[in-house]
Design a protein around this ligand. Structure first.
Ligand code: PLP
Length: 239
């Protein structure tokens, strides 16, 4: 094993242990939680090593990095998740490789993704990103629809050709009432997810929790945790 592969294996084992312990503490089965490894800023060679180590779900947040990386890794048995803020003009590229887009937060983006998915003949799973601290009618500073606007975006996804409404995603807010309270934030997301499922029973994905707060997300009921740093290492600051 190369040094890098051994390092990734050690980190993955540590994250796996954290998820297993969090599931046990919450009385949940380990199978209820899917680990999505966020490979942003790391090279395709790392994605390949992760695949060799059994990772099946990876995430990226910038199309200009993700598109070539996904192309280099096309023969690997991986699902690609797009988790970053997304401009409508990138929709055509993203739908070529993304199995899931976690960051759908406005109607114009739903239209752009739908048109693009139909054009390439793919079905893309979409999650509504929720900005728990955004006032209704606005988009959060790091993206996301205000809680009051989630139903409208979800209904639009459910009605859009080429898209499938998969669930909800959030990032624990750094400011506002939920700052420093990821468990409260994720509990609130679960409430919004429950009411969403009344209208859309198949929208079961709840994507929450990162390296620093995955235990809180598992405790709250997340189905998908998105972990970068704890697997790949601290990223250089993004330009
Ligand atoms: C980078 C990123 C993550 C992973 O964050 P870590 O703290 O590195 O685990 C999760 N979700 C989103 C939306 C991200 O952009």
């Amino acid at each position: 094993m190369t040094d890098r592969k051994a390092q990734l294996a050690t980190n993955l084992a540590r994250v796996e242990r954290r998820i297993t312990q969090a599931c046990a503490a919450a009385g949940r089965e380990r199978e209820e939680v899917t680990l999505v490894v966020v490979t942003k800023t790391y090279p395709a060679s790392d994605v390949r090593l992760l695949a060799e180590l059994g990772v099946r779900e990876v995430a990226e947040n910038r199309d200009q990095d993700a598109a070539p990386k996904a192309a280099e890794c096309a023969e690997l048995d991986l699902k690609w998740h797009f988790v970053g803020q997304l401009q409508t003009n990138k929709a055509r590229s993203v739908v070529r490789y993304a199995d899931f887009v976690h960051s759908v937060d406005r109607l114009r983006l739903v239209d752009a993704l739908s048109n693009a998915a139909v054009r390439v003949g793919r079905e893309v799973g979409c999650l509504v990103q929720v900005a728990l601290d955004a006032p209704s009618g606005s988009v959060g500073g790091r993206g996301g629809a205000a809680p009051d606007d989630v139903a409208a975006v979800a209904d639009a996804i459910a009605a859009a050709p080429g898209l499938r409404l998969a669930g909800l995603m959030t990032v624990a807010p750094l400011a506002g009432a939920y700052a420093g309270k990821p468990r409260a934030a994720f509990d609130r997301l679960m409430e919004i997810a429950s009411s969403l499922r009344e209208a859309h029973p198949a929208a079961t994905m709840v994507s929450a929790g990162m390296s620093s707060d995955l235990e809180d997300a598992v405790a709250a009921g997340a189905t998908h945790v998105r972990v970068g740093t704890a697997v790949l290492g601290v990223r250089p600051a993004l330009g």
